[in-house]
Design a protein around this ligand. Structure first.
Ligand SMILES: [Zn+2]
Length: 200
């Protein structure tokens, strides 16, 4: 009887080991198949390229968020480092862009991601460049900030985690939001003037 029990026990273990092994193998195969599908889609048409490049971007973004302080110190001016990496605030009316009225786009000084566009910039009178909307829904991320005895909402670059400024709910329509951003967190690139349809 003891021997039979032993055999049954051994068989049970064998079944468990086989099942687990099969699951691991089939999961790995499925992942491989998925990767191949998105890659072949990428070579066949433009649509799949987004899938592949977005995976690459995700890896790079994670890498950017894990960079040591030395990396950013070597890349940024001392002021930009203090503001974007130590959550500082530049003095009002001192930045390069609070009074900038040119057409163009504002990019992250840390990683180059497109953050804001001149079309949503408005005169807030605060001395910091102010926008009512980011360039895209995923360009910036927010976090609650209880520092300096105030409850504010911090705005960060969603790609590299750079501190950009804060967002308040006293902005103009259509969003009612005021993204109050430090100039030294931004790099402005002017856009060529749009040619109007009436030839002017
Ligand atoms: Zn960034």
């Amino acid at each position: 009887m003891l021997t039979r029990n032993n055999i049954i026990f051994s068989l049970a273990i064998l079944v468990i080991v086989l099942t687990t092994g099969q699951q691991i193998i089939s999961t790995a195969l499925m992942q491989q198949a998925r990767a191949q599908t998105s890659q072949s889609a990428g070579t066949k048409n433009g649509g799949g390229k987004t899938a592949v490049s977005s995976v690459t971007t995700a890896v790079a973004d994670q890498d950017l968020k894990n960079k040591p302080a030395e990396y950013w110190k070597s890349k940024l001016s001392p002021e930009a480092y203090h503001v974007t990496r130590e959550k500082g605030t530049e003095q009002a009316f001192t930045g390069a862009y609070y009074n900038n009225h040119k057409d163009g786009n504002y990019y992250c000084t840390n990683c180059g991601a497109l953050l804001f566009s001149s079309g949503t910039k408005f005169e807030s009178g605060t001395g910091w460049p102010s926008f009512y909307k980011p360039a895209s829904g995923s360009a910036v991320a927010t976090d609650s900030d209880g520092s300096l005895g105030m409850q504010r909402t911090e705005v960060v670059c969603s790609r590299c985690g750079a501190h950009l400024g804060h967002v308040f709910d006293d902005g103009p329509q259509p969003t009612g939001l005021r993204y109050c951003i430090n100039s030294c967190a931004l790099n402005f690139k002017a856009q060529a003037a749009k040619t109007s349809s009436n030839g002017k």
